[in-house]
Design a protein around this ligand. Structure first.
Ligand code: C2E
Ligand code: CA
Ligand code: CA
Ligand code: CA
Length: 275
């Protein structure tokens, strides 16, 4: 039994070694991914729940590794955050997204994910200001999505950067609401413009009453605070029906549209207004 235990230990040790090596490789490759043209953006429609109309798109990053194929953001974003590569990558995402959105008919908006590392980095708001200026996107058409981890790490710095961003005229959404470090006081302490309820709640809303009660309360909270609520991860007609009945403002999910190349949405994003 003893030798078996050792063997197991060696197995785990070897496995751990492989994981560390894997991570180092990805960390290295991430630094060159943009220059190698391996990164691209996909867009997912955000719709008005009552009318079904698309009012904007969330931008999601995709990494097509030249040898390994597609790598999930759930895997590479945390590595990019730890290594600091997210600063360069995040700026690239923001600039590309704003440039793209500037070509859409007004008032279609674009929502960009910003990680805690970016938000807390020096001069983040100034960088956003420069990107808006360079791309000529009107600030009210840009929404930044942040999760509560950014607030936990350095509340006062997060507070001052969020205020600077608000002063630029853009909007700020609280992403993944209801998960992780969620705290109701954050809704009051920081200048949020929107609550995004995490998809894990929305997906279960057609399955159990507790989840319905939670989603209802978040919608009530939004109403009370004057903050619109967007439901993420809507996959079924039943889930959408619940949101319609409960007067949820907006939604996003595979039911309304999967993240895709922007060309897939040309009928919405093509500027047809007569000059
Ligand atoms: P997120 O910001 O919560 O984005 C929503 C995720 O849910 C996306 O996964 C999206 O493809 C997926 N999704 C959308 N609708 C549905 C649905 O109906 N059902 C299900 N099951 N999933 C749905 P994705 O693209 O894999 O991104 C994962 C996470 O990676 C994002 O979560 C975000 O935290 C991060 N991420 C992605 N792009 C960026 C980026 O440009 N910058 C930063 N900092 N993070 C990013
Ligand atoms: Ca998001
Ligand atoms: Ca989310
Ligand atoms: Ca479901």
């Amino acid at each position: 039994a003893k030798s078996e235990g050792r063997g197991t230990y060696r197995f785990f040790e070897a496995k751990l070694g492989t994981q560390v090596r894997e991570r180092r490789i990805l960390e290295h490759d991430l630094r060159h991914a943009i220059a190698r043209g391996e990164m691209h953006l996909v867009y997912q429609p955000q719709t008005d729940v009552q009318s079904g109309a698309i009012f904007g798109f969330e931008v999601l990053l995709r990494w097509q590794h030249s040898e390994r194929g597609p790598i999930s953001p759930a895997l590479f974003i945390p590595i990019a955050e730890e290594s600091g590569a997210i600063l360069q990558i995040g700026e690239w995402v923001l600039r590309a997204a704003c440039r793209e959105a500037a070509s859409w008919p007004n008032p279609l908006s674009v929502a960009v994910n910003v990680s805690a590392v970016q938000l807390l980095a020096p001069h983040f708001a100034q960088m956003v200001h420069e990107v808006l200026f360079q791309t000529e996107l009107r600030p009210e058409r840009l929404e930044i999505e942040i999760t509560e981890t950014a607030l936990i790490r350095d509340p006062s710095r997060a507070q001052s950067t969020l205020r600077q961003l608000k002063a630029l005229g853009l909007r700020i959404a609280m992403d993944d609401f209801g998960t992780g470090y969620s705290s109701l006081s954050n809704l009051r302490a920081y200048p949020f413009d929107k609550i995004k309820i995490d998809g894990s709640f929305i997906r279960a809303v057609d399955e159990n009453e507790q989840t319905q009660a939670i989603v209802r309360s978040v919608l009530g909270l939004g109403r009370g605070l004057g903050l619109p609520v967007l439901a993420e991860g809507v996959e079924t007609a039943e889930e959408l029906r619940f949101l319609i009945e409960e007067n949820c403002q907006s939604a996003q999910g595979y039911l309304m549209g999967r993240p895709a190349a922007i060309e897939q949405f040309a009928e919405h994003t093509h500027n047809t207004t007569v000059p």
